[in-house]
Design a protein around this ligand. Sequence first.
Ligand code: GLY
Length: 263
Amino acid sequence: MPGTFDRTRGRALTRAVSPDFSSAVSNFFNTRPPNYEAAKGSQEAYFAALRAHGTEVITLPAIPGYPDCSFTEDTAVIIDDKAVIPNLGHPSRDGEQDSIADFLSEDFEIVRMPKGATLDGGDVVFYDDRFLVGISTRTNQRGAVFLADQANKSGFDVQLFDVPKNTLHLTTVCSSPRPGTIIASVGYLKESDLSFAEEVVWIPEDEGYASNTIAYRDRIIIPEGYKKARRLMLDSGFSVTTVEMSEFREVDASLTCLSVFIG
Ligand code: GLY
């Protein structure tokens, strides 16, 4: 019998924005150079939103030479009492995970991925009893299969996806805010991809960035400025908090990228 993923979000492991943030990897949304000071302000607002929902926010210092280091979601995947530590899929980011592993080793069994396998935590979405794992420009087949084996050993089902080439991560285009529900972007995922879900809230393609959400039962955090998505969330029974994310969007990062939830 598969387990149910823990959605309590008691603690978020985060990392300060890098002073080199303007050099963060950016391939999809970029319209202008990102601003370090504005990103720090957004991150503070994001922390405040998490705290307002009861999450303890733990913030590690930025790592010199790693402009993307505040995107801790990519550096660990928690499966019950294990922390799977991947080899990150972009060479400029591989290495961010080492101090995360050191921190997590206090509370979790650390499972390192073998050489040659790559995965970003941003390609993993938790849906009730299963892990949805995207194969992308960052996560290769070996990485996805390694994670699938770890999840299966802990009693979770796994579904593999091909992440469309026009986006970075699986979490860029979908999230699961509450049991049974997926929020997904039109133009990136298809109904047939998500036939297992009890309910899919489809976000119009021009607001697809807002399909990445963080939810606490029926309270949801979405990015600021996505009116159609906000209306859809309200109509689906959520109360909505918004966080200004435009600096992070410039470097292809979404709300979930800024945390790894550790119980
Ligand atoms: N800038 C976020 C990433 O490319 O991983």
